[in-house]
Design a protein around this ligand. Structure first.
Ligand code: OGA
Ligand code: NI
Length: 361
């Protein structure tokens, strides 16, 4: 029973009953956060499912006045040995770092941002054309990714579609509008592959393997590039809500482009810190699969996002994922008597199943 009755709440409840017909017609599951945000303009309340418990509320749990110096690494560094060391240190001690001079032209990044922003600004009906269905799996336009135990919701909508390799791409889930969406995403995917190949090489060398070994261990050229666009509309109570709740990514690596609105936070020593926005940098997250295959040497980073009262935040993470049937476990060269295996070896799809259903790995 909810006792949260305010002007917004009433409007919200009315809209909810209107939606019942829409639900029947279109089998839509939930209201988009974008729609809730447009109803919540100029008020300072929001539906109670977005209000976090005190141990999660950003206003209470964020360490203010400190800008966390997540390493910013210049990939054009000519001394490869130094670069390997910088990246290995960052992956070990932070699980997250930013890279600059990465070789992706600024224009390719601004086009990616431009076409994705235009898609989210289309009328609702046009976005719903590529909404997720029970059959579409992860791909498509949606709102809820994972049900939270206490029924809480994140202040975010999203779009998922694969961008590489060609046999797994399903253009059904790529926006047709704006017309340049496809070209911009293809161009970004092409450039991103070079960056990710280099990152795998440096990470591999950083734990004493040969350059090619780590990428091979996650599926080689069958590695799947899954793009997500996060859309965080302005939120009436950014002090109480979260965008994406605390998590580590299931992927090998995640390479993310944000827009200019601050929002990413990482957890370190008991506090949440803002990660500073660096124009045109890529934010690299170490995901669970790299932690596993490095047998814990590299650490998957716990992160979350906050939202903004006036501005829309958006981000474009690409999750580099092993093929579903591919088995991932600690690389045998990294396991010995002093360093016994810390993780199970299992198919990536089984790892995903356990993580999404909150089952032990
Ligand atoms: C995610 C995520 C961070 C961001 O979608 O997994 O962590 O900055 N996003 O939006
Ligand atoms: Ni994430």
């Amino acid at each position: 029973m909810r006792l949260y009755i305010t002007e917004t709440r009433i409007v919200w409840e009315i809209r909810k009953s209107e939606k019942i017909d829409t639900y029947r017609e279109r089998k839509m599951e939930v209201d988009r956060v974008q729609a809730i945000a447009s109803l919540s303009k100029n008020v300072d309340t929001m539906p109670s499912e977005f209000i976090r418990s005190e141990d999660e509320q950003p206003a209470i749990t964020t360490l203010h006045g400190v800008v966390l110096e997540v390493p910013v690494i210049d990939l054009s560094h000519s001394d490869e040995e130094k670069l390997v060391k910088l990246i290995a240190d960052a992956a070990q001690n932070w699980g997250l770092f930013q890279v600059v001079n990465h070789g992706i032209p600024d224009e390719a990044i601004s086009k990616l941002i431009e076409v994705g922003t235009k898609f989210f600004e289309l009328p609702k009906e046009e976005k719903e054309v590529i909404a997720k269905t029970p059959e579409s799996g992860i791909e498509g336009y949606g709102t809820i990714l994972q049900t939270e135990i206490d029924g809480k919701r994140g202040w975010v909508d999203h779009l998922f579609h694969k961008i590489w390799p060609p046999p797994v791409i399903n253009h059904k889930y790529w926006p047709k509008n704006p017309p340049s969406y496809r070209e911009a995403n293809e161009e970004y995917a092409k450039k991103l592959r070079e960056v990710s190949d280099n990152l795998f090489k440096y990470l591999s060398l950083g734990v004493g393997l040969e350059g090619h070994e780590m990428k091979e261990a996650v599926g080689g050229d069958d590695l799947i590039y899954l793009l997500k666009i996060n859309y965080y509309p302005p939120c009436p109570r950014p002090d109480l809500a979260l965008g994406v709740v605390a998590h580590t990514d299931m992927s090998t690596l995640t390479i993310l482009v944000p827009n200019e609105v601050q929002g990413l936070q990482v957890y370190r020593d008991g506090y949440w810190y803002n990660v500073k926005y660096v124009p045109n940098a890529l934010i690299v997250h170490i995901g669970d699969q790299i932690e596993i295959l490095s047998n814990g040497k590299y650490k998957a980073v716990l992160h979350r996002t906050t939202v903004n009262k006036e501005k829309t935040r958006m981000s474009w993470p690409v999750f580099l994922e092993p093929p579903p049937e591919h088995e991932v476990g600690p690389i045998s060269k990294l396991v010995n008597e002093e360093n016994p295996s810390k993780y199970k070896t299992k198919k990536y799809k089984d790892y995903v199943y356990c993580k999404l259903n909150k089952l032990p790995q």
